[in-house]
Write a protein that binds this ligand. Structure first.
Ligand SMILES: [Zn+2]
Ligand SMILES: [Zn+2]
Length: 83
């Protein structure tokens, strides 16, 4: 009971939800950004060093720098769209 109330409160008032996937966002800007770049999209950017994949280029860039300590090599990026 108590936990349930906490969850509802922490979700916050005024949060917007994507009608497609039900994901919650803080504001309309984040939601429209999600709709444009995230929602329903398959992971396009795949890391060449491991099986990590993401929808956003900058996320892959960050992943490579953080995990592999190596800046991203544009030539190694594959996209799933080309099959
Ligand atoms: Zn969505
Ligand atoms: Zn990787």
């Amino acid at each position: 009971m108590f936990m349930k109330i906490i969850i509802v409160v922490s979700k916050g008032v005024g949060q917007v939800y994507c009608e497609q996937c039900n994901k919650g966002f803080k504001n309309k800007n984040s939601l429209s950004c999600h709709k444009r770049f995230d929602c329903g999209k398959t992971n396009r950017f795949i890391c060449s060093w491991c099986s990590y994949s993401t929808k956003r280029f900058h996320t892959l860039k960050r992943h490579c720098t953080k995990v592999h300590k190596c800046p991203i090599d544009m030539n190694l990026i594959m996209t799933m769209e080309t099959h």
